[in-house]
Write a protein that binds this ligand. Structure first.
Ligand code: SAH
Ligand code: SF4
Length: 410
C-alpha cells in the first residue's frame, strides 16, 4: 500500500507514520543484487544447461536492470517453462515503497520497508530521497538501517536500530525510484514538480542516505557495480558519489574496487573539534584521513574529491576555520561543499547565520573553489542531509507496543 502525502500546498513539516499492518516478509528471495556469476548459478539450479547460461544471464540482466520488469511473466525472450521455474523459487522484488512525500521544491522522499530480524516479524525501514533539477536528478541512497557511528549533529546517528543493507536492497532503491518515477523505457513520468529534461529522471547517485557506506563495504561495492553496469542501469561511476565520515582503511579499497567519486564528511579542521562532531576521528584522525585522500586512486583535477562541511553556528564557522580549511586541502584535487546545518528535534546545534555562511564561503571561493554552498532541498518533508531516520524508530512507545503485540499474535 502506498500512502501518498502531498505537501506542495502545506509547507508545515510533519512526520509520516508507517502503516501499522503486520508485515509479512517476502517468502522467496529476490534476484535483484546478484552478480552475473550468481545469476548463472541460479539458472543452473533451475536446470539451464551450462552452455546457455551466459546468454540467459544477459537476458535476465536486460529485463531486470534495463527494462525494470517487476516479475518474470513479461520476460518474453525466455521460454514459458524457464519463467515459471524461476518464478517458483525467486522474485525480482525491490524494497517495498510504503510512503511517498513530495516537497514544494519537487524533492521526493520514499519510505522503504525491508525484512527485519529473522526471528521477529518487525520490519525495518530506510529512506531514499530524489532531488530533481532541470539538468539532472540525484538519488540519495541508504546503505544501512541507522548508523553505528554517532556524529553529534546527525539525526541518523541517534538511531539505535542498525543493520547492513544487502546489495539487492541498495541497488533495489534505484529500481524502486525508477518505478515511482516512470523512469524505465516507455514509462510515464510524473507531471508535478521539476523533472530533468534529458532521457532519464535518475541521472546521479549519492550514497548519502542513512548509514556509513564504508562499514558495509562489500554490499555497497556490489550494488554500485550493478548501478554502473552499462547493459543495465547505466549510471556512470563519475555520477556516483560515495560519502564517508572517514573510514580510512576502506578509502583506498573504494578507489580500486569501486572507482566511483568520493566525498569526505570533514566538518572540522582541528582534531579536538572533529573528535566531538565525528567521533570516528578518534580512531582515524585528520592527518591520516588527508593522507588517504592524497592517495585516493584515480583522484585528479578532473575527478576531484568533495569535502563536506556542515555549517554549525559558533562551532566550526569562524573565518579562521575557513582559512584553515583551505590550507588543509592544499595539494588535494578537491571540491568544497558547505552544507547549511539541517536542524532536527532535540539537537543542540544551530545553523550558522546566513551572513556568516557567506563570509566563510567567500574565503573558500577566493581560494579557487567554485560555488561552495549547497542549497538545502526537501526541508519541508525532512528529506535534507542528516535528517533521515527510520519511521519505526519515530513511532511512539504505544505504537511500538501495538506493532509488537500484532506480530506476536499472528
Ligand atoms: N555516513 C556517511 C553518509 C551519510 S551522511 C557520511 O557521514 O558521510 C551524508 C552527509 O550529510 C554527510 O556529509 C553528513 O555529515 C551530513 N549530515 C549529517 N547530518 C546533517 C545535518 N543535520 N545537517 C546537514 N548535513 C548533515
Ligand atoms: Fe552515520 Fe554519516 Fe550520520 Fe555520521 S553523519 S552518524 S557517519 S550517517
Amino acid at each position: 500500500m502506498i500512502s501518498r502525502v502531498e505537501t506542495a500546498s502545506a509547507p508545515t513539516p510533519f512526520v509520516e507514520k508507517a502503516p501499522l499492518e503486520a508485515y509479512v516478509a517476502p517468502a522467496k528471495p529476490s534476484l535483484v543484487g546478484l552478480s552475473r556469476s550468481e545469476l548463472a548459478d541460479v539458472l543452473g539450479e533451475v536446470g539451464v544447461p551450462a552452455a546457455q547460461r551466459k546468454m540467459r544471464v544477459q537476458q535476465l540482466w536486460h529485463w531486470i536492470y534495463y527494462r525494470g520488469f517487476t516479475d518474470f511473466d513479461g520476460m518474453t525472450t525466455m521460454s514459458k517453462e524457464l519463467r515459471a521455474a524461476l518464478a517458483e523459487r525467486y522474485t525480482v522484488a525491490r524494497p517495498e515503497v510504503v510512503a511517498e512525500q513530495v516537497s514544494v521544491d519537487g524533492t521526493r522522499k520514499w519510505l522503504l520497508r525491508l525484512p527485519g530480524d529473522p526471528d521477529s516479524k518487525l520490519p525495518h525501514d530506510v529512506e531514499c530521497v530524489y532531488i530533481p533539477d532541470t539538468e539532472r536528478g540525484t538519488l540519495c541512497v541508504s546503505s544501512q538501517v541507522g548508523c553505528t557511528l554517532t556524529c553529534t549533529f546527525c539525526h541518523t546517528g541517534t538511531q539505535r536500530l542498525v543493520r547492513n543493507l544487502t546489495a539487492g536492497e541498495i541497488a533495489g532503491q534505484v529500481l524502486a525510484a525508477r518505478d515511482r518515477l516512470g523512469d524505465w523505457p516507455g514509462g510515464t513520468r510524473p507531471t508535478d514538480g521539476v523533472i530533468p529534461t534529458g532521457e532519464r529522471c535518475v541521472t546521479n547517485i549519492v550514497m548519502m542516505g542513512m548509514g556509513e557506506p564504508l562499514y558495509n563495504f562489500d554490499a555497497v561495492r556490489d550494488a554500485i557495480l550493478i548501478m554502473a553496469d552499462g547493459e543495465g542501469l547505466g549510471i556512470s561511476k563519475r555520477r556516483i558519489t560515495l560519502s564517508t565520515s572517514g573510514v580510512v582503511p576502506n578509502i583506498e579499497r573504494a578507489g580500486t574496487e569501486i572507482g566511483c567519486m568520493l566525498a569526505i564528511s570533514l566538518h572540522a579542521v582541528r582534531d579536538e573539534l572533529r573528535n566531538e562532531l565525528v567521533p570516528l576521528n578518534r580512531k582515524y584522525p585528520i592527518a591520516q584521513l588527508m593522507e588517504a585522500c592524497r592517495n585516493y586512486p584515480g583522484a585528479s583535477n578532473a575527478k576531484r574529491i568533495t569535502f563536506e562541511y556542515v555549517m554549525l553556528k559558533d562551532v566550526n564557522d569562524s573565518i579562521e576555520d575557513a582559512k584553515a580549511l583551505v590550507r588543509l586541502l592544499k595539494g588535494i584535487p578537491a571540491k568544497i561543499n558547505l552544507i547549511p546545518f539541517n536542524p532536527w528535534p532535540g539537537t543542540k546545534y544551530e545553523c550558522s547565520d546566513w551572513d556568516q555562511i557567506e563570509k566563510f564561503s567567500q574565503v573558500v571561493f577566493d581560494a579557487g573553489y567554485a560555488s561552495p554552498v549547497r542549497t538545502p532541498r526537501g526541508r519541508d518533508i525532512f528529506a535534507a542531509c542528516g535528517q533521515l531516520k527510520s519511521a519505526t524508530e519515530k513511532m511512539t512507545a504505544r505504537e511500538r507496543l501495538a506493532l509488537r503485540a500484532m506480530a506476536m499474535t499472528d
